[in-house]
Design a protein around this ligand. Structure first.
Ligand SMILES: *Cc1c(COP(=O)(O)O)cnc(C)c1O
Length: 400
């Protein structure tokens, strides 16, 4: 997944242009900037690649989620349905808006299960946020049908699956708004950054204003701009956007490398009786950033993970025990351990939903092992990895 493995001349050249002009900010200073608008160019490139009418970049993926939800009108007391398996950012972004994160089970796609989502819908639900974890997507067709039926916003968190697609549409472009992260470990990176894409002009305009203190961005004098509504600062800097601009140009090359490496690894284990690959919903194409598979039991999955790491197969994850990605380790979030008081609405809403009994998710997560696909491996390293992966899994299945 990591674009940082491929940092080079293109990135340096883009950053150098910003440094030479001296304008590190994305807005204003028209005379000084010598025609360099890196954030704008990055937005144009992203919108073009993702086949959407609009794109707005911000300071992180978490900011993209927050701005996306704010633009869709989500606020105090609203409920947003998110999966049990995600990154803590989903939970945080919902809380940041004074809204209430409502967890729903995942299935063998490792993403939101549509029936679980329907069961979680209440009269306060405003949005469903599928998170396309580890390179592949939720069943977006079913989720879209649900969102249409109940008039909810469908906000895709495509931070871990940029470049994948569903029914021919780039991930992030299928729902109402899609979000990406360009943090240091994502498929393309700019250090810290994020972006949202949409075909909805109203959402786009709101995102554009909200992420810059509510500035309307009309005219050429920043000081004279008006502020139609409250906003905050989630701006991306020109330095970060410059790196992102170099990386978006390389996205398809990165994806091709990921797919090639992925195929070698997948081929080495797909025929092992007892190993099941994570399901990609019909119509979906992964971005191949992780190889995800299930072992027959939790015990075997734990053992496989331990032995893979022991054998030097690095970047293999057992998410079930991971502090960042599965809800069982989010005591600080579920318990609302915040620095200051949280609103009564959030406290009450969280209590109402605070049962957190997700046996269906446990069944999948307990048996999942995920292996990151790196870009920088040599062909020999990939083959070596495939051999070791096969050897260890074959042994564990045999011994069981
Ligand atoms: C990385 C990530 C985010 C947050 O992105 P940041 O840029 O690190 O804030 C959100 N959701 C998912 C699924 C992620 O992997």
């Amino acid at each position: 997944m990591p674009g940082f493995e491929m940092f080079g001349a293109l990135e340096r050249a883009e950053v150098q242009e910003v440094l030479d002009s001296g304008v590190l900010m994305r807005y204003g200073f028209d005379g000084m900037r010598k025609g360099h608008w890196k954030a704008k160019e990055l937005e144009q490139a992203l919108a073009a690649r993702m086949q959407t009418a609009y794109c707005h970049t911000v300071s992180s993926g978490t900011a993209a989620l927050t701005v996306a939800m704010a633009s869709a009108g989500i606020g105090a007391g609203d409920e947003v349905i998110i999966p049990t398996f995600t990154f803590v950012a989903s939970f945080e972004a919902v809380l940041a808006l004074g809204a209430i994160p409502v967890l729903a089970d995942i299935d063998d796609t490792l993403a939101l299960e549509p029936n679980a989502v329907e069961n979680a819908i209440s009269k306060r639900t405003k949005a469903v946020m599928p998170v396309h974890m580890c390179g592949s997507m939720a069943n977006l067709r079913s989720l879209k049908a649900l969102c249409d039926k109940y008039s909810l916003a469908l906000i895709e968190d495509a931070c871990q699956a940029i470049g994948g697609s569903f029914e021919g549409k780039p991930l992030g472009s299928y729902g109402d708004i899609g979000c990406f992260s360009f943090d240091f470990v994502k498929t393309i990176t700019c250090g810290e950054g994020g972006g949202l894409i949409t075909n909805n002009k109203d959402y786009y305009t709101k995102a554009d204003h909200y992420s810059d203190h509510g500035h309307d961005h009309v005219g050429k004098d920043r000081g004279a701009e008006t502020h139609p509504f409250l906003g905050y600062n989630y701006r991306i800097s020109e330095l970060h956007a410059a790196v992102g601009l170099a990386q978006i140009k390389r996205l398809d090359d990165f994806l091709a490398i990921q797919e090639k490496h992925y195929n070698v690894l997948e081929a080495s284990i797909e025929k092992l009786a007892g190993i099941t690959l994570r399901r990609v919903p019909e119509g979906g194409v992964q971005n191949y950033s992780f190889l995800n598979f299930f072992l027959p039991t939790e015990t075997m999955a734990r053992k496989a993970h331990k032995e893979l790491v022991g054998a030097g197969v690095d970047a293999c994850f057992y998410w079930y025990d991971n502090n960042w990605h599965y809800h069982t380790k989010w005591e600080h979030l579920k318990g609302l351990h915040s620095l200051g008081p949280v609103s009564e609405q959030v406290e009450k809403g969280m209590k109402q939903h605070g049962v957190y009994n997700f046996t269906a998710s446990d069944q999948w997560m307990g048996r999942t092992v995920s292996c990151l696909i790196k870009l920088s491996w040599t062909e020999e390293e990939v083959t070596q990895r495939a051999t070791t992966l096969h050897r260890i899994l074959e042994k564990i299945l045999r011994e069981a």
